[in-house]
Design a protein around this ligand. Structure first.
Ligand SMILES: Nc1ncnc2c1ncn2[C@@H]1O[C@H](COP(=O)(O)OP(=O)(O)OP(=O)(O)O)[C@@H](O)[C@H]1O
Ligand SMILES: [Mg+2]
Length: 467
């Protein structure tokens, strides 16, 4: 049987011959990603008799439109005499040499449970950034077995989506954790301009990408991973050049908190997710500083989830008795109101109280809390926000810019993201509500210089000068 796959373009050829354990392809719209997956899956199935392949998309209709239907057509499945079969009920395509392609979808975290116990040699995640980091990790656990077949995961992706940050870290900024090996990862960028067929046949498609609003255009046309669609806190700035002068940045150098500033502790409990503790200082202008954090998730799977309330309480007390900015201070705790509820008698708050860690009930009003976040992050005419983060609070700095809007509840953030530190900060902000502030989005030559001591630091602590 002859299968005519057509001719790959230059980038697709690179993808088809790439041999790393994890290969990402694309990073923009229309670069020929889904085509490349179909071609690679067929090539592997034919070359390695008995190989098991799985292709995943987030939803079943997308899976059908992008892979099942085009593959059935390309391979003449259903036409009399075709030796390749497709079983619609278990969604498996079987080749005469015993190779199989399983088609799967993962709309919710529970959907990945269906694939627990499935073993595949090669996994394709089409539009991987639309899956969550957890789903990607769970699906990768299926790539195992004892055969001599290549064992690989191929990711195609566009910037934006639930695992934007995860995919960007692995393939674009290449920052690795101890359990990840840099030599396992490779990224081939493919833009619509690399897709010769589409450029020749559908110039309108390219023009429609060029006409998109800036954030979408940069992400989808230029493959820019720094600007992405759906980001909630587009005003967020992390500018190391300004960590010292604290202008037009939210992240700043750590410093000693003056004794007269009030200290708060925010807490979000992790029922099925990690917990998060944040410590905040409030200056005499009601400006809030995140000065310390303890995040229940270290990035390693499930770390933090195993801790009991008593263990969490003990470590909170240890931090508060040793951190120079917290030691000996009065600290007011504010927590997720859900920890007051209990079906079984003793609530989580009761348990904390028994350990000597006290909390007031946080205000959980979601949209008002989100607006407080925006008001606090917005810059005034000098470039001063009402909220700063010490650069040592690395988890908060990582998570906040990655939050995206919820697909259904479009005004709120997507709560399937890592939002625990967002939540505990929100309780602190709601306890210090601000009036709306207009965001001054950027610095240019018309921006006035700030007054001599806009952060009032000199009056608070004479030995510290503003710059
Ligand atoms: N090598 C090729 N030969 C023929 N047609 C191709 C080739 N590569 C891509 N195409 C066609 O170009 C169009 C876009 O390709 P594809 O759908 O694979 O892109 P994509 O990167 O997955 O796009 P999106 O970002 O919209 O998901 C499709 O019609 C596809 O069939
Ligand atoms: Mg596609």
């Amino acid at each position: 049987m002859q299968i005519d796959l057509g001719r790959p373009n230059k980038k697709q050829r690179l993808f088809l011959t790439e041999r790393h354990r994890h290969v990402a392809f694309g990073g923009a719209r229309g670069g020929g990603k889904s085509w490349a997956i179909r071609a690679k899956a067929i090539a592997l199935a034919v070359k390695w008799p008995g190989i098991q392949i799985m292709i995943i998309r987030r939803t079943y209709p997308e899976l059908q439109a992008n892979h099942i239907r085009p593959l059935k057509k390309l391979l003449h499945i259903g036409v009399k005499g075709c030796p390749i079969k497709y079983n619609d009920s278990n969604k498996i395509m079987t080749f005469p040499n015993g190779s199989t392609i399983l088609f799967g979808y993962c709309n919710t975290d529970a959907d990945t449970d269906r694939y627990q116990g499935t073993e595949v040699d090669v996994l394709f995640l089409d539009e991987a950034t639309q899956l969550t980091e957890q789903q990607i990790k769970d699906l990768n656990a299926c790539v195992r077995g004892t055969s001599n077949f290549p064992r690989r995961t191929y990711y195609t992706c566009n910037p934006g989506g639930k695992s934007h940050g995860y995919i960007k870290r692995l393939f674009v900024t290449r920052e690795y954790q101890s359990n990840e090996h840099p030599e396992d990862y490779s990224f081939i960028q493919s833009l619509v301009y690399d897709n010769d067929v589409l450029m020749a046949n559908d110039p309108d498609y390219v023009r429609s990408l060029e006409a998109l609003p800036e954030a979408k255009r940069k992400a989808w046309l230029e493959g820019d991973w720094d600007s992405f669609i759906g980001q909630v806190f587009t005003e967020w700035r992390n500018d190391p050049a300004h960590y010292k002068d604290r202008l037009w940045t939210h992240v700043i150098d750590d410093f000693d908190i003056p004794p007269s500033w009030k200290i708060y502790r925010g807490y979000d409990h992790g029922y099925s997710k990690p917990f998060s503790v944040g410590w905040f200082a409030v200056d005499h202008d009601a400006r809030i500083y995140r000065i310390r954090e303890w995040y229940g998730c270290t990035g390693e799977p499930n770390v933090g989830l195993q801790l009991t309330v008593q263990e969490i309480a003990r470590h909170i007390k240890e931090i508060e008795s040793t951190d120079p900015n917290l030691k000996g201070r009065k600290i007011l705790g504010i927590a997720d109101p859900a920890i007051w509820g209990s079906d079984t008698g003793e609530s989580i708050e009761d348990m904390f109280e028994a350990c000597g860690v006290y909390f007031d009930k946080g205000d959980h009003t979601r949209l008002a809390g989100l607006m407080q976040f925006h008001y606090r992050l917005s810059f005034d005419q000098y470039g001063l926000p009402m909220f700063y983060v010490f650069k040592s609070c690395t988890h908060f700095i990582r998570c906040i810019p990655l939050l995206i809007y919820d697909e259904h509840n479009v005004e709120d953030i997507d709560t399937t993201m890592e939002d625990h530190n967002y939540d505990e900060a929100r309780y602190i902000f709601m306890a210090h509500p601000l009036n709306p502030r207009k965001n001054m989005p950027k610095y240019d030559e018309t921006t006035p210089l700030p007054p001599e001591d806009p952060l009032n630091l000199v009056t608070v602590k004479p030995e510290r000068s503003y710059r």
